[in-house]
Design a protein around this ligand. Sequence first.
Ligand SMILES: NC(=O)c1ccc[n+]([C@@H]2O[C@H](COP(=O)([O-])OP(=O)(O)OC[C@H]3O[C@@H](n4cnc5c(N)ncnc54)[C@H](OP(=O)(O)O)[C@@H]3O)[C@@H](O)[C@H]2O)c1
Length: 211
Amino acid sequence: MTTAVIGTGGIGSVIARQLASGGETLRLSSAASESARTLAAGIGRAAVVAVDNRDALRGADAVVLALRFTVLEGVIDEITDSLIDKLVIVPSNPVGLDAQGNVLRLLPEGQSSGEVIAGWLPAGACLAMAFGTLSAGLFESSSSRSPEPAVLFYATDDGRAGEEVERLIRTAGFEPVKAGGIEQSGRLEVGGDLHDLVVGPAEARSLIGGA
Ligand SMILES: NC(=O)c1ccc[n+]([C@@H]2O[C@H](COP(=O)([O-])OP(=O)(O)OC[C@H]3O[C@@H](n4cnc5c(N)ncnc54)[C@H](OP(=O)(O)O)[C@@H]3O)[C@@H](O)[C@H]2O)c1
């Protein structure tokens, strides 16, 4: 199967490497293309660099938008037609940096990036919020953990998206656990109770049940 990864920075590059390790074919794009080219060269034959964001989606079964929250809406507008009937996976947290480099929340308390992004997507796109719960370093070091796999939580309102995102989470070396619908996605994001947690399946399920 083929997944497009748009955004090949801190988290996009780790997601791409782990998916490729699990056998996924990738189509990569980034703003200036240099980071996508470097990443593709490191991955090898499983990854190709697309001409642009729209080209990244050609022939792809799913797309990961590994972009900062502030550029997401613009990129979604640019590729909106190509997102119809596609699984759209978003790891973005609603945070940015102020002039002093301090982390700043970009949405009001109680509003999740998942809920806002759902409103930016065209009808027919299948949104899953996933792959953004762990920092890049933790993601890389927790992948393919044994004997007990580490969990990646996800949230979606869409049954088909759920099946496909679970396949990709397993491909990346994790066990998928659904936190709920998109209305639960705040739990996965920075500040949420399921963010930056490395847990096994049993603990993950008890955390979900205990919400
Ligand atoms: N880093 C983490 O540990 C981590 C963990 C979990 C979740 N997240 C979330 O994931 C999101 C991305 O974070 P990040 O740390 O990966 O950011 P980042 O390192 O700044 O990477 C952003 C990527 O987006 C690309 N980009 C920017 N504008 C674009 C456009 N118009 N078209 C295509 N690509 C574009 C950049 O391209 P260039 O490479 O060409 O500049 C870069 O590859 C954020 O919302 C963050 O909250 C990050």
